[in-house]
Design a protein around this ligand. Structure first.
Ligand code: ADP
Ligand code: ASP
Ligand code: MG
Length: 411
């Protein structure tokens, strides 16, 4: 008998019928003698609908109240899911974030889990109940409702699995597992049987939303066996696990893309010490994450400084940088919200040269202009015009030998 945490994403709980399917799966695991904890997301589209109403209600919504609103989607899911399990003659009890005591810091909309008090869940399991826990939400030390960032239910599930010392965490979604790239934009994407934590971390941080990055960090840190599976099929899915030698055979094992990118260019910045700190300091103070940074060669003591931020942060970043640009007498600030980032990832890159050069060549042969570049030990990222991003992913997928042999049209 094992203790299993199963997380079901928005599409998997998108209707009452789908919730019944989830209830059947959870009960099947229970029948096999396992203790089962189910973590549920909001029904698909619900978090976006709630965010839409927040924006309608206020131009500058308070972060605290935003979290109160957007956490509600998960509350509805766990209540309904528990009812579906009970309707099938199973025992279930729902738990909201504060009822489990998922304690987080106070960074509204991107809170980090600090502590989980699993006592209530253990009591429920002892009574033979399926514990149905609301994903995405927690509570800070003052009792405020907090949320964990988009896709945060993945992190709720893995953190719970770590706290309960579960035997495994299964993330159920709308695809069969982790693929070489997003199967919804690349029909030739191949499902991976296994992927190294490090590669999954890179893919997640570079835009592959199949797992939230924090969930992979938790799994790696607490050695939680992490599976990604479909709630609609019986495919064995993908195991996210520690790296082994065989994984290094592949130079590139995955491709990610991120449309949530925007570019800012500060023109004719005086090329003197301290200027970068003057620009990036206030952005950091405002909690804005800066991604790629490029500084041009200086001419006449002036240089251009170009960088990217999340598209949702563009307005705030522009306001801040405009002020700084005036103060340091830069010529002006230009913005572009129609860029995207495409990245190739693989632990095998450590032992191979020429990978970046090949990427640039593939993009150029498709007529795609590279606007910015960033590399690390196991990834290369390029910022390109957003309208070419899917073409870029597919071309790179083929060029790096990731295409599966045959495309099954019935898939
Ligand atoms: P859920 O609502 O179940 O949390 P998400 O939409 O957050 O589901 O994540 C699943 C989606 O992630 C898939 O439908 C797919 O479009 C996308 N995705 C992006 N990259 C990958 C990848 N490499 N492998 C699998 N899915 C991916
Ligand atoms: N409902 C939240 C979101 O849409 C959390 C999640 O689905 O994981 O981002
Ligand atoms: Mg998700």
């Amino acid at each position: 008998m094992a203790l299993i945490v199963q997380k079901y994403g928005g599409t998997s709980v998108g209707s009452i019928e789908r919730m019944r399917n989830v209830a059947r799966r959870a009960l099947a695991a229970r029948k096999q003698g396992h203790d089962v904890v189910v973590v549920a997301s909001a029904m698909s589209g619900e978090t976006n609908r709630l965010l839409g109403m927040v924006r309608e209600a206020s131009d500058r919504p308070s972060e605290r109240e935003t979290d109160v609103v957007i956490a509600s989607g998960e509350q509805v899911s766990v209540g309904l899911l528990s009812l579906c399990i009970q309707d099938l003659r199973g025992k279930a009890r729902s738990f909201l974030g504060h009822q489990v005591r998922i304690t987080t810091d106070s960074a509204f909309s991107q809170a980090r889990i600090k502590h989980i008090d699993a006592g209530g869940i253990f009591s429920a399991l002892k009574r033979g109940e399926i514990a149905v826990v609301a994903g995405f939400q927690g509570q800070d030390e003052e009792g405020n409702v907090t949320t964990l960032g988009r896709g945060g239910s993945d992190t709720s599930a893995v953190a719970l699995a770590a706290a309960l010392e579960a035997d495994g965490c299964e993330i159920y979604t709308d695809v069969n597992g982790v693929y070489t790239t997003d199967p919804n934009i690349c029909p030739r994407a191949r499902k991976l049987d296994r992927i190294a934590y490090e590669e999954m971390l890179e893919l997640a941080s570079l835009g592959a939303k199949v797992l939230q990055i924090r969930s992979v960090e938790f799994a790696m840190k607490y050695k939680v066996p992490l599976w990604v599976k479909s709630s609609f099929t019986d495919d064995p899915g993908t195991l996210v696990c520690a790296e082994d030698d065989a994984m290094e055979d592949l130079v590139v094992s995955g491709i990610a893309y991120d449309r949530n990118e925007a570019k800012l260019a500060v023109r004719a910045v005086p090329d003197v010490p301290g200027v970068a700190a003057q620009i990036f300091g206030p952005l950091a103070d405002a909690g804005i994450v800066v991604d790629l940074i490029v500084q041009n060669v200086s001419s006449n003591g002036k240089t251009d400084l170009t960088f990217t931020v999340g598209r949702t942060d563009l307005r705030k970043a522009h306001e801040i940088v405009k002020k700084v640009a005036k103060g340091i007498r830069a010529a002006g600030v230009e913005t572009d919200a129609t860029v995207a980032k495409v990245s190739i990832v693989g632990v095998g890159m450590r032992n191979h040269s020429g990978v970046a050069a090949k990427m640039f060549q593939v993009l150029s042969s498709e007529g795609i202009n590279v606007l910015m570049i960033s590399t690390s030990e196991i990834k290369v990222s390029c910022v390109v015009d957003e309208k070419y991003v899917e073409l870029a992913v597919r071309a790179l997928h083929t060029a790096f030998g990731l295409d599966r042999a045959e495309v099954d049209v019935a898939d």
